[in-house]
Design a protein around this ligand. Structure first.
Ligand code: FES
Length: 139
């Protein structure tokens, strides 16, 4: 059966709705004042704005245990690998986080593709974790 344009749009929306970006709102760089506005919060707000209309959810969290490489964010989708990123800039990298989440949501193998991945999500990658139930294939 061929999907109509509407079905395809609904399918795409459902796929993207499965993606969540988590942004640490307590991150600050070494030179940022301890009692000043947190750049992590600025990144979270910019990411939420960048997500508008995409179906990607954005969630604020306090610390992703990547404090030495601020600003930090993570992304995950059902059945996919989860990714943690660092070295993000609030005034630059919010669109990249949303683009990455969209790529991850569409990835058939549950792995964020290297090709087409925004540059900051390449050089800022800290770690990735397999989905629940994952079993490495053995020879
Ligand atoms: S304060 Fe942001 S990762 Fe710890």
């Amino acid at each position: 059966m061929t999907l109509t344009g509407i079905d395809a749009d609904e399918d795409e929306a459902a796929t993207l709705a499965a993606a969540t970006v988590y942004v640490c709102i307590t991150c600050r760089r070494p030179d940022d004042p301890e009692d000043g506005p947190r750049p992590g919060l600025a990144l979270a707000r910019a990411t939420a704005q960048a997500a508008q209309g995409t179906g990607v959810a954005v969630c604020q969290v306090q610390c992703l245990a990547n404090c030495s490489r601020p600003c930090s964010a993570a992304m995950r989708c059902d059945g996919a690998w989860a990714y943690v990123f660092g070295g993000l800039e609030p005034d630059r990298d919010a669109p990249a986080l949303i683009e990455g989440a969209r790529l991850l949501a569409r990835a058939q193998d549950g792995i964020l593709p290297w090709r087409g991945r925004p540059e900051i999500l390449k050089r800022g990658l800290i770690a990735r974790m397999p989905p629940i139930g994952f079993e490495e294939e053995r020879e």
